[in-house]
Structure formats: structure tokens, C-alpha cells
Design a protein around this ligand. Structure first.
Ligand code: 218
Length: 184
């Protein structure tokens, strides 16, 4: 393994650890949650690209298992929500190339960042939504269909998490753009 590979893997692991620490903040507000750990994964995905984002997201999910911070209803539910969903936050890296090009050219990268962040959050909460109506329906209020229940819980979590990741991310790009660029 080359030096740069080791550096990259260390970065992915550190970002996953920061995301995990943020998962402990009590951000289960009303019936929805803000998953603040999505922010460092989005930043790493912009900085290092799709594969790095997916890897770091996967480690973030793995840390939930190692630290026992999980809800286990079935093996498939668990695999979907703690490996697939967390990993898919790294899809934010799909816009990494354009983001880097815009930063370099001095063009505004905010829309590109926001689109990537939105994609990652959407994919993550789409998996939670699907797991939600298949496995979490028993927790729905009486007379509410599991699909509507899951849509309201995971749909609002998706909106609030995306807004948070986009707003704080844009502030960070404005104030500290170096965070989003690998230094030579
Ligand atoms: C309706 C419903 N309730 C709960 C869950 C489980 N869920 C939702 C979002 C995020 C996470 C990961 C840990 O924060 C989990 C386990 C669901 N999918 N649907």
C-alpha cells in the first residue's frame, strides 16, 4: 500500500469516527431526526470523491455495530439500514469532480455541493423509508398505513438532514474552502 493510499484510508476512518461522534448528539427532534454525521461524509465525498465517500460511510455504519448503537429487527433490516444506507451517503461524491473543477476555476461550487449532498441524503433515507414500511410498520399509530408512517418519519428526517448538511456545508465552503481540497 502506497503512502497516499494509507493517508486516504486514515482520512476515511477519521471522518467516519467524527460522523459517529456526531451520531451521539441528541438530534432526534419530535418524530424526525437530523443525522449530523452526514455532514463530514459529504465533505469527505466532495474532497476525495465517490469511492472514498462510500468507504467512509460504510465504516460509519460499521462503527454503529461495533459500539452497539443499533436497532435490530432482522438481518435484512439491519444490513439495509446500517451498511447500505450509511454507505450510500457517500453518493455525495458523484458531484465531486465538478465541485473540484469549480473550486479550482474560482466558480461558485455551492449548487454542485448541494446537489451531491442532496443525492447522498436522498439515497440514505430512501433505504430507511423502504426498511421503515417493511419492518417498522408495527410502530405506526393506529389506523396509519406503514407506508405513510415511514414516509412521514423518514421523509421529514431526509428534508431536515439535507437542509442542515447543505446550510452548514455552504458556510464551511465560504469560510474554509481548504477543508474541501486535498493539499498538494
Ligand atoms: C418508520 C421508521 N422508524 C425507524 C426507522 C429506523 N431508522 C431510521 C432512520 C435512521 C436509522 C439509522 C440510525 O439512526 C434507522 C435505524 C425506520 N427506517 N423507519
Amino acid at each position: 500500500m502506497s503512502n497516499s493510499h494509507i493517508k486516504l484510508l486514515a482520512e476515511e476512518a477519521i471522518i467516519a469516527a467524527i460522523a459517529m461522534a456526531l451520531s451521539y448528539l441528541p438530534l432526534d427532534i419530535a418524530w424526525y431526526q437530523i443525522s449530523l454525521g452526514c455532514l463530514p461524509i459529504a465533505i469527505l465525498s466532495m474532497r476525495r470523491g465517490l469511492l472514498a465517500g462510500l468507504t467512509s460511510g460504510f465504516i460509519w455504519g460499521l462503527l454503529h455495530l461495533l459500539l452497539g448503537k443499533i436497532y435490530f429487527l432482522s438481518v435484512i433490516q439491519f444490513t439495509m439500514e446500517y451498511f447500505l444506507a450509511f454507505m450510500l451517503m457517500g453518493l455525495a461524491g458523484l458531484t465531486s469532480h465538478s465541485f473540484q473543477a469549480q473550486l479550482k476555476a474560482g466558480k461558485s461550487p455551492y449548487m454542485t455541493y448541494s446537489l451531491g449532498a442532496l443525492l447522498g441524503c436522498f439515497a440514505k433515507y430512501l433505504i430507511h423509508f423502504i426498511a421503515g414500511f417493511i419492518y417498522w410498520g408495527q410502530y405506526a399509530p393506529k389506523h396509519m398505513s406503514p407506508v405513510i408512517y415511514s414516509l412521514s418519519v423518514n421523509g421529514s428526517s431526509f428534508i431536515m438532514t439535507s437542509l442542515t448538511v447543505i446550510v452548514i456545508g455552504i458556510i464551511l465552503i465560504k469560510t474554509y474552502p481548504k477543508l474541501f481540497q486535498v493539499q498538494p
